[in-house]
Design a protein. Structure first.
Length: 492
């Protein structure tokens, strides 16, 4: 994935630094609690929310099971509508395709719709290396770009910034990227939005090439769909002469009827709106209307490998609503940068290790960036069982085993640093499979409970340093059950 995050420390180390930042924690707490409350209210308005959620899950699972067929149908539909389809196996290939397409137009500037797929592959950096400057037009992405920062949230990439910080970034950086910020700019939302509008307007009117992602692709018609709240995306999708869309292959739905479900669940789960202010659709090219050339780059970059995992593949249902981030107690305290990926929060903790593999320290640590409270599963509009996948990936990290990498079956070695965990789990398995040994161990533990330490020694110190060790009862449950005849004798 993106080189932007190369060199990031493992999650525990990065999170330790983040929780010491009082300003960051305050920004995150205020924003996530506000979005969470609004979402709950918006969802409560829909009497058939559970049915919509189940429909979304089934549509996504059906599409993933028949992804090859629907991708071929999509390619035929886009081609018939006047577009050109390109296939990219990985980030490098996708970046080369886009750079070559831009250079073929003779342009050295592009405007961009907010796109997580292009962040995933590090497209901006790749274009810069080719002498092409990419301008982000989404307000939050503009803040991140001007601040030489990284996104920290799926829906609100600049969630870690407050109004005063944004004002300072605009004053300091806008002039180097185009129209400078107005004199006397304050931190009121209206003035900040107006400064961004004036700064971006000249880029919209000048740019000949636009680059987008897509929230959905409709196989039956070859239509792409972008939902947004500002209108900047629509400017990028209609004004340039050439439009290049980079989209992950999992963003597919078979029909327009399927799209109806997600246009109800996505806005309520993300921005807590009944419908998106701007829902833009485009199908190929049309004479005299919109771009004269349309290119669709279909991105794999680890997705077919993820699809091969029967448990982990449900992460590909994700519609990038960010609801799981807004309810996650870990994300709220650590922030998005600690995840070392363009995909932060609970969904990032299961998606990034599958797209990138678990070979790096950061990716091996991400499945542990969770309390397994299950709040993420409860709010997911497509019912991704994130805790199940987290546990599945933890097993992969600790035990290794067979996985699919670049289409080939390979055997992963267990990650370093988990020897004690493996030994403990093997000991537990041995004890639980031998009732006599388990009963003896429980009795010994009960009779020696006054000697038990308050914290664990050695590697266990990291676990008990933030948790109270459960107190061992004076009598094992099995002994109590036998002595009291299952509690019927009334004895304590």
């Amino acid at each position: 994935m993106s080189g932007t995050f190369v060199g990031m420390p493992a999650f525990p180390e990065a999170a330790r630094e983040a929780v010491r930042d009082a300003t960051l924690r305050g920004n995150l707490r205020h924003a996530t609690h506000t979005i969470r409350a609004k979402r709950a209210k918006a969802v409560a308005e829909v009497p058939d929310w559970a049915a919509l959620r189940e429909a979304g899950r089934r549509i996504k699972d059906h599409t993933l099971r028949h992804l090859d067929r629907y991708l071929e149908q999509l390619e035929a539909s886009v081609t018939a509508a006047g577009g050109t389809v390109h296939w990219a196996a990985d980030a490098g290939e996708a970046n080369r395709i886009v750079a070559d397409l831009v250079k073929a137009t003779g342009e050295s500037e592009v405007v961009k719709v907010k796109s997580m797929a292009t962040q995933e592959i590090g497209l901006n950096e790749a274009l810069e290396a080719e002498g092409i400057r990419a301008y982000e037009t989404d307000l939050a992405e503009l803040i991140v770009q001007l601040g030489r920062d990284r996104p920290s949230h799926i829906l609100v990439p600049a969630i870690h910034r407050n109004r005063g910080e944004i004002r300072d970034i605009f004053r300091r950086e806008m002039g180097a990227w185009g129209r400078p910020a107005p004199d006397g700019l304050t931190d009121t939302p209206a003035e900040l939005a107006e400064a961004a509008r004036l700064h971006l307007r000249e880029k919209f009117l000048r740019a000949k090439v636009g680059i987008s992602g897509a929230n959905f692709m409709v196989a039956e018609t070859g239509t792409l769909v972008v939902v947004e709240s500002e209108g900047n995306g629509r400017m990028c999708l209609t004004l340039p002469e050439t439009l290049i869309s980079v989209v992950g292959i999992e963003k597919l739905v078979p029909t327009w009827r399927d799209l109806e479900v997600f246009l109800q669940t996505l806005p309520r789960s993300s921005t807590a709106e009944r419908m998106n202010p701007y829902t833009s659709t485009w199908t190929g090219t049309t004479d005299g209307d919109g771009p004269r050339a349309f290119h669709l780059v279909l991105l794999d970059n680890g997705r077919t490998d993820t699809l091969a995992d029967e448990v982990g593949r449900q992460a590909l249902r994700c519609i990038r609503c960010s609801a799981c981030l807004n309810v996650c107690p870990v994300y709220e305290r650590a922030g998005g940068h600690a995840y070392g990926s363009v995909y932060p929060g609970p969904i990032g903790a299961i998606l990034s290790p599958q797209l990138r593999g678990t070979g790096s320290e950061i990716d091996a640590s991400l499945p542990y960036a969770s309390s397994l409270c299950g709040a993420c599963y409860e709010v997911c509009p497509v019912a991704i069982d994130i805790p199940e996948v987290l546990v599945h990936l933890r097993e992969r990290v600790v035990e290794g085993g067979q996985v699919t990498s670049r289409g080939d079956k390979v055997v992963l070695k267990p990650a370093k640093g988990h020897a004690a965990e493996r030994a403990a789990m093997r000991a537990a398995r041995w004890a639980f499979s031998r009732p006599g040994a388990l009963r003896t161990g429980q009795r010994i533990a009960s009779r020696t409970r006054r000697l038990h330490p308050r914290t664990l020694p050695g590697p266990g110190r990291a676990w008990s340093g933030t948790r109270d060790l459960p107190e061992v009862p004076a009598e094992p449950f099995r002994d109590w059950w036998r002595r009291t005849n299952g509690g019927k004798d009334g004895a304590k």
